[in-house]
Design a protein around this ligand. Structure first.
Ligand code: COA
Length: 337
């Protein structure tokens, strides 16, 4: 009779990159099959952090084999749960989902008991919506459904992209757009649901951090300046729209950001940015372009539907704010109004 192996949940920082490599290779295959996403660049980043033993998180160990992991990164008083992933235990006693739940419970408990952590965010792109939401809800998180959408480029007819309206010009991204784009993002997302889910959008400093992560780090694909677009006023040179695009796999691009200044919305500019980017990608041999959108962002969802994007997958975004902070924000808000 084979004896059931014990399943232990242990601190991630006790393990090196080499210990996790086999599990991460399995996860990489899943990202590729399910989301058409080459996860190797993100994995390389995780491996670097693992080797410097600075990544907070947990692993699930069966015997001497790591079969699951969860990690987070800190940004001041905020923790972002970056990923959770597991395979079934070899004796069939624990499913991948059971293990992922246990790993999350451990990490959430640790974070909620850390006085320095006032906010926890997480977007688990690989996991289907609802799969892990019960763990988060039980820990007092809000859960938001998001869609992963895809536009096929290969079968699309070549179509004339309209010119920007008089007074505006469109061009590819350049380094000088970095700071103006942060101002535009902070203004486009004022009072927006997505700035509740990701607090980087709530300020210019946060938007700069967002841009830094997207443009300088390979965590969300490799930034493609030539496919990214800005729309600016001829007269003032002020940015009125921006679209950021990264390559996530050979022939697959991902729009990591699209926004238009509030006073310019609803005049076709968002559509124009996406159509122009898609035409560029198509000319350069890309087969598909993807993006993610919060289901309650109805205007954006309608636009993507109209442009021909198709829902491939729904996943969840989670948010927890320490109760004292929620109260402080309400007092601030009431005091200001
Ligand atoms: C989402 C967003 C980028 C769309 O940009 P936009 O410039 O407002 O989009 P468009 O004008 O191309 O399309 C929006 C609507 O205007 C309509 N429209 C298009 N051209 C138009 C024109 N010339 N005149 C009037 N309306 C027009 C479109 O038909 C569309 O209508 P619909 O909502 O019924 O589908 C923009 O609203 C935004 O920045 N929102 C905040 C940030 C955000 O949510 N980003 C997306 C995150 S996934």
């Amino acid at each position: 009779m084979t004896q059931a192996l014990q399943l232990d949940i242990l601190d991630l920082r006790h393990f090196s990159a080499a210990n996790l490599k086999p599990l991460l290779a399995t996860e990489t295959r899943e990202w590729s099959q399910r989301l058409n996403w080459d996860y190797r660049t993100s994995i390389d980043l995780i491996l670097q952090y693992l080797d410097s033993r600075v990544l907070p998180g947990y692993v699930a160990v069966e015997g001497s084999r790591i079969i699951g992991y969860v990690f987070c990164v800190y940004e001041d008083a905020k923790a972002v749960i970056g990923d959770v992933y597991s395979i079934d235990s070899s004796d069939g006693r624990f499913s991948a989902k059971d293990i992922e739940r246990q790993l999350l419970e451990h990490l959430i408990t640790t974070l909620q008991n850390s006085p320095g952590t006032d906010r926890i965010e997480s977007q688990l792109l690989l996991h289907a919506s609802g799969r892990l939401s019960a763990v988060f809800r039980a820990a007092d998180f809000e859960v938001f459904r998001r869609d992963f959408m895809e536009l096929r480029l290969d079968g699309r007819k070549r179509k004339e992209i309209p010119k920007p309206p008089a007074g505006l010009a469109m061009r590819s991204w350049t380094e000088e757009d970095f700071t103006p784009a942060a101002h535009l993002i902070a203004s486009a997302y004022t009072g927006h649901l997505d700035s509740k889910i990701n607090d980087q959008y709530q300020s210019i400093a946060g938007s700069l951090r967002f841009l830094h992560n997207i443009i300088r780090f390979p965590g969300c694909g490799r930034f493609d300046a030539s496919a990214s677009r800005v729309l600016l006023s001829d007269r003032t040179r002020e940015l009125v729209g921006v679209l950021l695009c990264s390559q996530v796999k050979n022939n697959v691009a991902h729009i990591t950001q699209v926004c238009v200044a509030p006073e310019w919305q609803g005049r076709g500019l968002g559509g124009l940015l996406i159509e122009d980017c898609a035409a560029h990608l198509r000319q350069n041999g890309f087969k598909t372009v993807t993006l993610t959108v919060t289901q309650q962002n109805y205007g954006a969802v309608r636009l993507y539907d109209r442009l021909g994007f198709v829902r491939m997958h729904a996943f969840d975004a989670m948010l927890w704010v320490r109760p004292q902070m929620r109260l402080a924000r309400m007092v601030d808000h009431n005091g200001a109004s």
